[in-house]
Design a protein around this ligand. Structure first.
Ligand code: SF4
Ligand code: SF4
Length: 355
């Protein structure tokens, strides 16, 4: 039974702030420091150049906060209450983007947690997914979960749908015990990946991951990967959704993560009518605003190219002359794909000539 007074105070405050878990790791080098450097060296981070630029900081918490003794890891569940609305909408947005931007929801809360430690004389730094910290390593060290074969952290209590936050402090607080790996012989996440981006247990080639292709990649999506993206227009969470440990997770109580109408009630082609102002307005509170209109409409064109039909041609033809070349090129590709499909369908419907 935990008796360290500061630890108990931080955990109690984290709970009041809505965090579902709050656990502690010592501020040592992350266990995957060498593997992370190797992954970067192999180019598997793709265009995420910032990961390489601060690799030293990511592999040494003392460079992030000199004198750091403890890394406090918090988690907030975002598991939706109901089934996915996507069979109705015909497009998919990853669950982490159905609601408000989690950076904006959770950053003020972790900053508030800093104040508890500041009152005890600590210096702090905290991050929600944006800092130079290998959060997943520390989440595992702190026992919040284990490294799933998907490379996500999986929790016995929260499953796979939770956001992580990291708070570094110069205060020494006893660490928690790491979690046991409970993937066993399961390979569901590897098997379900639409692009074979999980190349082995805990091995991700980000360049093939739909989340990377539709969010991080700024330019054209490689043509050979476009068909594999299917109808996903922002991120992918198939490897998380399939994880059997989700059956123990409860629906999130965070109303700000509830699905907004754009996540389930639009028609794909109607997104193409968004100009810059309408795009900014629609996604004002959403993480989707980060990829800007050009990135989002690029993704919509790819999804239409994979799933669209005759009823989408007019919207795509208009998009093919969009002043933004990235959108225009992806719209032209989509038109070609729809034409190719309809040509193949016509051919299949033609009666065979008698022998
Ligand atoms: S997010 Fe999607 S594309 Fe990326 S590794 Fe998981 S299943 Fe594969
Ligand atoms: S789907 Fe299976 S292998 Fe993948 S993280 Fe979950 S338990 Fe582990």
């Amino acid at each position: 039974m935990e008796t360290h007074p500061l630890k108990l105070a931080v955990q109690a405050h984290a709970k009041r702030l809505g965090f579902d878990a709050c656990r502690f790791a010592s501020a040592q080098s992350p266990p995957h420091a060498d593997a992370f450097r190797q992954w970067l060296a192999e180019g598997k981070a793709g265009e995420m150049a910032w990961l390489g630029k601060n690799a030293d900081r990511r592999t040494d918490p003392q460079l992030v906060l000199p004198g750091a003794k403890t890394i406090i890891m918090v988690a907030r569940n975002y598991a939706p209450a109901g089934p996915s609305p996507h069979p109705r909408t015909g497009y998919e947005i990853a669950r982490y983007a159905w609601g408000e931007d989690y950076h904006e929801v959770l950053t003020p809360r972790i900053r508030e947690l800093e104040e508890v430690l500041a009152a005890q004389g600590g210096r702090q730094r905290s991050y929600i997914d944006t800092g130079p910290v290998l959060e997943r390593d520390y989440a595992v060290l702190a026992g919040l979960g284990w490294h799933g074969k998907s490379t996500m952290v999986i929790s016995r209590e929260l499953g796979a749908f939770f956001f992580l936050g990291a708070l570094l402090t110069t205060l020494e607080i006893p660490p928690d015990a790491p979690a046991v790996d409970r993937c066993g012989r399961c390979t569901k996440c590897i098997d379900v990946c639409p692009t074979a981006a999980i190349t082995g247990p805990q091995q991700l080639d980000a360049r093939r991951c739909v989340s990377y292709l539709t969010i991080e990649l700024k330019g054209a999506i490689p043509e050979e990967l476009r068909p594999l993206i299917g109808n996903r227009i922002y991120g992918c969470d198939d490897c998380a959704a399939v994880c059997p440990w989700n059956r123990f997770a409860k629906a999130s109580t965070e109303v700000r993560f509830a699905a907004q109408p754009f996540a389930y009630s639009w028609r794909l082609r109607d997104f193409l009518a968004l100009d810059n102002a309408a795009f900014r307005e629609l996604f004002r509170d959403s993480p989707i605003k980060r990829i800007k209109r050009r990135g989002f409409l690029r993704n919509v064109c790819v999804a239409l190219g994979n799933t669209g039909g005759a009823e989408d041609l007019a919207a795509l033809q208009k998009a093919a002359s969009d002043p933004e070349p990235l959108i225009a090129e992806h719209a032209s590709w989509a038109l070609g794909e729809i034409e190719r499909r309809s040509g193949a369908a016509k051919q299949a419907a033609e009666p065979l000539l008698p022998a």
